[in-house]
Design a protein around this ligand. Structure first.
Ligand SMILES: C[S@@+](CC[C@H](N)C(=O)[O-])C[C@H]1O[C@@H](n2cnc3c(N)ncnc32)[C@H](O)[C@@H]1O
Length: 218
């Protein structure tokens, strides 16, 4: 097991791992491995766009200096369980609007002190901005129209000046008929209208088809 270019993320060959906060337990059936007295959970890039992004060309800095985070679209908590292990001292506010997904997310977060779940619609950041406060990192993985607008409005509400973010853009959720470059250009326009700077865009294929990762700086 070797440290990767990203603090808190480890590599063994092509596989990524994080240090298990609850040794002896997996979250989504992922393999675990013990080495040097530490237990690591394997991080599946086919289940997590953040892992796919790290493997496909993410560039540091990404997690350095982050003291708090806002995560939009928590679902059952697959990715956020790893993010919480990468940033063990950072409170991570996790927004999920589906009560069905929120139940397993809540069960996960109850056992992981830095994960703070909120049942809310990410289109209404005013409902949770006071709880989340100002964060250093904004992550969004929600499949619906208006993804760049939702990200921008959450950045306006909660992201610190100089803070970093990642928008996992699902091209097909924006439009069934338009090309990926046209959807990406529109997202860029929306983000820059909110004074957000977009770094090198990374295609998440073959792990996640139709998804682009947009690293953003406020
Ligand atoms: C692709 S899944 C997220 C997977 C998760 N990020 C992971 O990697 O473990 C998208 C989630 O976003 C949620 N979602 C969609 N629109 C939302 C909104 N407007 N506000 C909050 N959550 C939303 C869905 O209910 C779903 O659970």
């Amino acid at each position: 097991m070797e440290p990767s270019a990203f603090p808190g993320v480890y590599r063994s060959g092509r596989d990524l791992y994080t240090i298990n906060a609850l040794p002896g337990e997996s979250v989504y059936g992922e393999p675990r491995r013990t080495e040097g007295g530490k237990e690591y959970r394997q991080w599946d890039p086919f289940r997590s766009k953040l892992a796919a992004y790290l493997l496909n060309g993410a560039r540091p800095p990404l997690f350095e200096g982050i003291r708090s985070a806002l995560y939009l679209g928590g679902s059952h908590g697959t990715t956020v369980s790893h993010l919480g292990e990468i940033l063990p001292d950072a409170p991570i506010f996790v927004i999920e609007k589906s009560p069905r997904s929120f139940a397993p997310l809540l069960a996960l977060c109850k056992r992981r002190a830095n994960l703070l779940p909120i049942l809310a619609d990410a289109q209404l950041p005013e409902r949770y901005a006071a709880d989340a406060g100002t964060v250093d990192f904004l992550y969004q993985d929600i499949a619906q129209r208006g993804q760049a607008r939702i990200f921008s409005e959450n950045a306006d509400a909660c992201l610190a000046s100089g803070g970093r973010g990642l928008l996992m853009l699902k091209v097909r959720s924006v439009s069934q008929s338009r090309s990926a470059p046209s959807v990406l250009a529109e997202a860029r326009r929306e983000l820059s209208a909110h004074r957000l700077r977009v770094g090198p865009v990374v295609d998440l294929a073959p792990f996640s088809r139709d998804h682009l990762a947009l690293p953003v700086t406020a």
